[in-house]
Design a protein around this ligand. Structure first.
Ligand SMILES: O=C(O)[C@@H](CO)OP(=O)(O)O
Length: 206
């Protein structure tokens, strides 16, 4: 029984490079982001993984990351389910603003709270808790059954939608999740027990 779940944040996007709050804005990968996605695929290949199904958000940076990974594995055409439940946290009024400009305007601490706290939403946007309230049910009802039936499942999504998922999988508290960062293009490889708890977790870093 494989019961394998791989989570990967998309490769660097144009707005990661420009240091802009992105959220639901649909921006492309940079050249570096494309290379990161392909390298992630190579690392998964070196692990001998083959996926049974893939899930991604409806934002192109995650979709393209997913497609590059599958191409590296020789799995172009694998069933891939797109759903906005996996989209990045909605950054509301901060979307499109420069992160350093936001720090200059509202202060370092306030911006950190908006970016990393569990239950404080940015103005007009979603908190991590709000994001988890759509990501977790989608995981439980739609993704997890494929893992528990013995499959190997890829989820290509976003920094904060995956932080919400990892928080629940790892049993982190609202305080612990504040410190958690997820690098672009670094697959997180989980093996689950039959009762859906985590048997092991490994970061596939370069
Ligand atoms: O802008 C965003 O949507 C996210 C991810 O890039 O940024 P942050 O890391 O600040 O939550």
């Amino acid at each position: 029984m494989s019961r394998t779940l791989v989570l990967v944040r998309h490769g660097q996007s144009e707005w990661n490079l420009k240091n802009l709050f992105t959220g639901w804005r649909d921006v492309d990968l940079t050249e570096q982001g494309t290379a990161e996605a392909k390298a992630a695929g190579q690392r998964l290949k070196a692990k001998g993984l083959k996926f049974d199904i893939a899930f991604t958000s409806v934002l192109m940076r995650a979709e393209k990351t997913c497609a590059h990974i599958l191409a590296e594995l020789g799995q172009t055409g694998l069933k891939t389910v797109r759903d906005q439940a996996l989209n990045e946290r909605d950054y509301g009024d901060l979307s499109g603003l420069n992160k350093d400009d936001a720090r200059a305007k509202w202060g370092e601490e306030q911006v950190h709270v908006w970016r990393r706290s569990y239950d404080v939403p940015p103005p007009g946007g979603e908190s991590l808790k709000d994001t988890g309230a759509r990501v977790w049910p989608y995981y439980i009802h739609t993704i997890q059954p494929h893992v528990l039936s013995g499959g190997t499942v890829l989820v290509a999504a976003h920094g904060n939608s995956l932080r919400a998922l990892i928080m629940a999988l790892d049993g982190l508290t609202g305080e612990e999740v504040v410190k958690m960062e997820l690098a672009t293009g670094v697959p997180v490889l989980y093996r689950l027990n039959a009762d859906s708890t985590v048997a092991s977790k490994e970061l596939l870093e370069a």
